[in-house]
Design a protein around this ligand. Sequence first.
Ligand code: NAP
Ligand code: 8YV
Length: 320
Amino acid sequence: MSKPEIVVIAPLPPFFAKPLHEHFIVHDLHGAKDRRAFIDDIAPRVRGMVAFGGSQIKAEQLDNFPHLEIVAVFGVGYDGIPLAACEAKKIKVTNTPDVLNDEVADTTLALTLMTLRQFAETQKFVERGDWLKGQYPLTRSLWGKTVGIIGLGRIGKAIATRLEAFKTTVVYHGRSKQDVEYHFYPSLVEMARDVDVLIAITPGGAGTKHLVNAEVLSALGPEGYFINVARGSVCDEKALVAAIENKTIAGAGLDVFEGEPKVPEALFNRPNVVLFPHVASATLETRTAMGNLVIENLRLHFEGKPVKTLVPELVGKVVA
Ligand code: NAP
Ligand code: 8YV
């Protein structure tokens, strides 16, 4: 049987390209010089698409591929995929849940500690030779603090487990109360008022747009820290920049941004702001596990079997 043909819409990292090419005929749309001619050439044969966590696909773009059967997202977040259009066209959408929980949770703890303890700036302090002139100013502890998690899902729970080991009190906000020991806040503003650190780890998209707004940041207050590992869209970035500039919050640790890879320069070179380039899951181990799950979903689909991780919104709406 000939290999199924798939299109990939962003640059493929080598560790993922190799196994993908073993199983499929891979068309690299990102590398195409003349995209229109490239699409017209491959469209009659393309049955699958690989997208990435940050991919923003418009419903019209799906029309380019009339024989598309599956979009396999390399990432747990799929806020950039037009689900209604996929449902209408009976296109399956899969993602990569669970295999990245530990990595993203580890990164979140690192980012949180780096932000409170200013560990990016302490390195610059040594390298500038400032230690020869005196001691680094005192920073703030994580232990003993109350941390509010916005989105106590798979990753949120992995973050909470780690936060317990760091001797913090964990509370959470979401749309619904869960059967867990942590205190639940139906109101995000009220939670922000009560915590020292606020961590966002929800999906992106319309449902969470600017969930963390000026009111929430104001409630967090001048002693409070904001950590975002969710999506840039979850936080009103203008309000965040203003809060940092006006010192109405104590600091921020950010892995994601509204217009990434563009990051507001107003956030640069501040000891109390730590900036990561969306790397929460970016290790060889975790990205390999994510890639394997993408391939497993595609293979199952093309073998006529149910995929492993169909996104919940499409369960019962398309044939798994
Ligand atoms: P998940 O298991 O589905 O958990 C999502 C949580 O968000 C749920 O607890 C849900 O609780 C809550 N939530 C959803 N909508 C909400 C809203 N409007 N207001 C408040 N809470 C809301 O997902 P996950 O696997 O933990 O992944 C979470 C997200 O993390 C991904 O979608 C992605 O955006 C982000 N992420 C980022 C990176 C990175 O590299 N920075 C890596 C991986 C994931 P309720 O249903 O009770 O509201
Ligand atoms: C990745 C992510 O950076 O899983 C997600 O939702 O945001 C990250 O793990 C991204 O998906 C890589 O494409």
